[in-house]
Design a binder for this molecule. Sequence first.
Ligand code: ATP
Ligand code: MG
Length: 409
Amino acid sequence: MNSESIVVGLDVGTTKICVVVGEVTDEGIDILAVGTFPSTGMRKGVVISIESTVESVREAVEEAESRAGVEIRAVYVGIAGGHIKGFKSYGATGIKGKEVTPLDIERVIDSAKAVYVPLDREVLHVIPTEFILDGQDGIRDPTGMIGGRLEVKVHIITGTVTSVQNLLKCCEKAGLEVIDIVFEPLASAEATLTHDEKELGVALIDMGGGTTDIVLYKDGWLRHTSVLAIGGNHLTSDVAVGLRIPVSEAERIKKSFGSAAAGMVSESEEIDISQIGGQLRRIPRRYLSEIIQPRCEELLELIKGELNACSGYDIAASGVVLTGGASLLNGLDRMTETILGLPVRTGVPENGGKRLISPLEGDINSPIYATGVGLVLYGSETESNRVFLPDLFTGIFGRMKGWVMGIFR
Ligand SMILES: Nc1ncnc2c1ncn2[C@@H]1O[C@H](COP(=O)(O)OP(=O)(O)OP(=O)(O)O)[C@@H](O)[C@H]1O
Ligand SMILES: [Mg+2]
């Protein structure tokens, strides 16, 4: 196997670290193996303990290595957390009536990057959302077109320098080179959204353990990003506090018996729960859902507010795609449909926009692995895109990495 053809995604999540190994072939991408390990050093999507995170990353990498039979050296790592902010910018350049070249595109995007970014923030992505040539808008790729003035609208995604540094430090200590840092829901979108959904307009909502990320696409372009610092772990703590049981037990019963809507649960059904001292207690299953329901409603109302604030309802014409483990809660999809008033489907990385050679089998074919598989797809796409927008994917990160690595020396 040629090591050049191996692309590895590292999803450093709040609840689990996940390493996905893919092989890029002429027919498409083959997912060779996945390694996972519980994450204990993260909170709300950001590193709070380097030591624990490094340990978990090492374990997940080892598992993936032994399953795939390859040595993992370099990864595309996902980043999340409430510190991530997206905003729009605009750039323009003169073409002098000639054909637009890749260099012109690079130049116009460079001009859009010339905006004030606070010193404590680092640019992670500069994503073009539309090119305009001599007033003609909606252009996807102006290369080769003739015009006098090229304009671009871009979406800039930034994160706090300290969060980025800590994530990089964990990778470095785990012996991994980071090729690029990718905002996680962009990766999840790669793995789950169809071409048609991105064209017509769609909201991808990744409900993880510590964060809920929202990204919106329309006409094939990214339109909006936001992060809410609330996720499935909040439901688990509510259950633990409400029933006075250990967090591990709360997590177990939430997954096995929890429901987003108490009305879905029969009044007579009972479940056994293990209390803090270890004794068993029998409670109506409905109690559990009565605790969970208000938090689900709160999360969905927050998402609705976010969609209202960013014209999400005008954008997401084809509806909502849910990813992330928290979206697996029984009845949450239907509740999302009711509260948001949009059609909802669960996004699994089954064919990754038709780029995966074979459908994923077993546990991997779950919304939990959308980010990890998406990082591999993003990585393989980035490799082939380097000629077209070089500075977008390598330049920014290259600079940042040089700077951050400088601190480690
Ligand atoms: N079957 C299930 N029912 C309900 N909740 C579930 C289920 N399976 C997983 N979860 C919840 O999903 C969450 C973990 O999801 P995921 O693996 O996507 O998070 P993460 O990537 O580790 O976190 P983040 O993306 O927020 O950093 C946990 O809160 C877990 O309780
Ligand atoms: Mg996640």
